[in-house]
Design a protein. Structure first.
Length: 237
């Protein structure tokens, strides 16, 4: 069975691929290692069992290619775009394959448009995708992973805390020294963005955030700093 992960950068997709690689019946590949797996699949050299591919997110800008249609299962991993933006800029990955854009209130709106275009791939046709949220993966890992294993028809195994760093099967240097995810990786934007900056996200991404059940800035009035206001729990699709 072939599985593909859809996402926009800094959404926890490498983490998810790494977690899935810990299952006894799954083999997961992330970023560069996914490229080799894509070639092997194209050549008909896919080994037996479940293969999970996490390609570079720019693939989802190429909507005419629709490579994801060739996969048996599709997972879409969502994360609040404000936290994903902060993580992208902080990590230095934001401009690895993307040029700098115009700024409003210090926010690069070119990166927001990038995020929006990638999420259009999912939101224009969400039914074939099983959506999970990074926030749920961090706050409720057991329940989130149990639902995912049901979707993938995998026997339930303990996947969290996850295995140590393993680059071959989708590991990442960020999780080389830990086997869990810190809860403060959620809702950073409430602590680090100004009201004017939050309004920029509302203006450019408001409809998309609503569709994903993330609140706009007006919904946060009086709630900044409360860890569970950022999203109503979503039933996976």
């Amino acid at each position: 069975m072939r599985v593909i992960i859809g996402y926009s950068m800094r959404s926890g997709s490498t983490l998810l691929a790494h977690i899935l690689s810990g299952h006894s019946q799954a083999r997961a590949y992330s970023d560069i290692s996914s490229n080799w797996a894509l070639v092997r699949i194209a050549l008909g050299l896919q080994p037996p069992g479940m293969i999970c591919i996490k390609p570079v997110d720019l693939l989802y800008l190429q909507r005419h290619v629709r490579l994801w249609d060739r996969y048996d299962r599709r997972i879409w991993l969502a994360r609040d775009p404000r936290d994903a933006y902060l993580s992208s800029v902080e990590s230095g990955y934001a401009y690895l394959l993307w040029r700098r854009g115009r700024r409003e209130e210090g926010i690069d709106v070119g990166l927001l448009k990038r995020w929006r275009r990638i999420y259009d791939t999912y939101l224009d046709d969400p039914d074939p995708w099983y959506r999970i949220h990074y926030e749920d993966l961090v706050a409720r890992p057991d329940a989130t992973l149990a639902g995912l294993m049901n979707y993938l028809d995998l026997p339930h195994e303990t996947l969290y805390p996850f295995q140590t760093f393993d680059i071959l099967h989708g590991g990442d240097y960020k999780i080389a020294r830990s086997n869990t995810v810190r809860d403060d990786s959620r809702h950073r934007y409430q602590r680090e963005l100004t009201p004017a900056q939050l309004e920029v996200f509302d203006r450019y991404l408001g409809d998309h955030m609503r569709a994903l059940q993330y609140p706009l800035s007006g919904d946060l009035t009086g709630s900044i700093g409360k860890c569970d206001v950022a999203r109503t729990p979503v039933t996976c699709q």
